[in-house]
Ligand binder design. Structure first.
Ligand SMILES: *Cc1c(COP(=O)(O)O)cnc(C)c1O
Length: 356
């Protein structure tokens, strides 16, 4: 089934455009649409380090308004956004509390510790993507020479596709105020959360001192993220961005893709959520797939155990890209359709019927 000739033939099929590749590895894989490219092409630009790029300025103002903050900063990536936010909140020897599996702690190469001297106290996420308030409280250090100074709590929303309840955010914000901490949101997918809750994104953002979100995930822009906060915080983040070489000149060309995404691609995230639940529904009908299937916003999780590697290889032969894992994470986005979901379900069915 995996003969060399077979692979070759499949490659010829793809190059002939017989079918499109369906890439479910992440919502970062989307490519800018023709309309987005045209908006980027037409963008008015200037030197952003001199504050003179009108498109970057517009994107920053638009984002700050949308999330209900005084100011915003366009940055290279979500990783950079989190990094600058933590460093703008915390000095060396201070500490951030965050989820053990969070992007900030696990997936950013330890940047805040390595480059910023900021310690992290990781806490396990609960099943619903929240951090237990009692565990947070228990991690806040008293003023004692033995300890780093607790300064910041960082949450993630969505967390593994899960949307944090607004009531939880409110409780967390009370807790941090009580202890004079700041609260940051890694809102890489905050718009998925807002669309899921059917509320303005402000309703989520209002509990936080700072929020980062990605333009380059479900929103479909090629690159860039935004940090929102008050004026002083953003001024600090801007200086730090310069320090790490993250400031750019005529970056309006990229910012235009971000603006286009915020104007056209927010409401449609609902389609991604619907495609994810449709896919989960289809996969859960497969009798010999015994593992759990769940969907949260635009992500589907499928327990396939040791079968992951063979399954990924098989799906690839059908023009479907996934990461080979014991629990698959399949992500829907702008560049996959309902029809593609049918093709994915059919390919899973075929794989499991061949096994039986
Ligand atoms: C992707 C992601 C980031 C980082 O974004 P990059 O632009 O890839 O650096 C941060 N946090 C979360 C939760 C993410 O999913």
């Amino acid at each position: 089934m995996y003969s060399y000739n077979g692979v070759l033939l499949i490659k010829i099929f793809f190059s002939a455009g017989v079918y499109n590749m369906i890439d479910l590895r992440s919502d970062t894989v989307t490519k800018p649409s023709q309309a987005m490219r045209e908006a980027m092409c037409r963008a008015e630009v200037g030197d952003d380090i001199m504050g003179e790029d009108p498109t970057v300025n517009r994107l920053e103002e638009f984002s700050a308004d949308l999330l209900g903050f005084e100011a915003a900063l366009f940055v290279n990536s979500g990783t950079q956004g989190n990094f600058l936010s933590v460093l703008a909140h915390c000095n060396r020897g201070e500490e951030v509390i965050a989820g053990k599996e969070s992007h900030l702690i696990k997936w950013e190469a330890g940047g805040t510790a390595v480059l910023g001297g900021v310690c992290a106290t990781p806490i396990d996420f609960e099943l619903d993507g929240t951090l237990d308030l009692k565990k947070i409280k228990g991690s806040i250090k008293p003023d004692d020479q033995h300890f780093a100074i607790t300064k910041l709590l960082a949450l993630e929303n969505t967390q593994g596709g899960k949307v944090l309840p607004l009531s939880y955010l409110e409780q967390a914000s009370h807790l941090v105020k009580e202890h004079r901490l700041k609260m940051h949101l890694d809102g890489a997918r905050i718009f998925n959360a807002a669309v899921f809750l059917n509320c303005p994104v402000k309703e989520i953002a209002r509990f936080f001192d700072s929020v980062t979100f990605c333009l380059s995930k479900g929103l479909g822009a090629p690159a860039g993220s935004i940090i929102c906060g008050n004026k002083d915080f953003i001024a600090k983040a801007r200086r730090l961005r310069k320090m790490i070489g993250g400031s750019m000149r005529q970056s309006g060309i990229i910012a235009a893709g971000g603006l286009f995404a915020l104007e056209h691609h927010v409401a449609r995230l609902k389609e991604d959520h619907e495609n994810a639940s449709y896919l989960a529904q289809g996969l859960s009908q497969i009798k010999s797939l015994h593992g759990k299937v769940e969907s949260h916003t635009n992500m589907v999780f499928v327990e396939v155990g040791a079968m992951g590697g063979r399954l990924a290889e098989f799906l690839y032969s059908k023009g479907i890209k996934i990461w080979a894992k014991e629990t698959l994470r399949l992500v829907t986005h702008l560049d996959v359709s309902r029809k593609d979901m049918d093709r994915v379900i059919a390919a899973f069915q075929e794989f499991y019927s061949l096994l039986a």
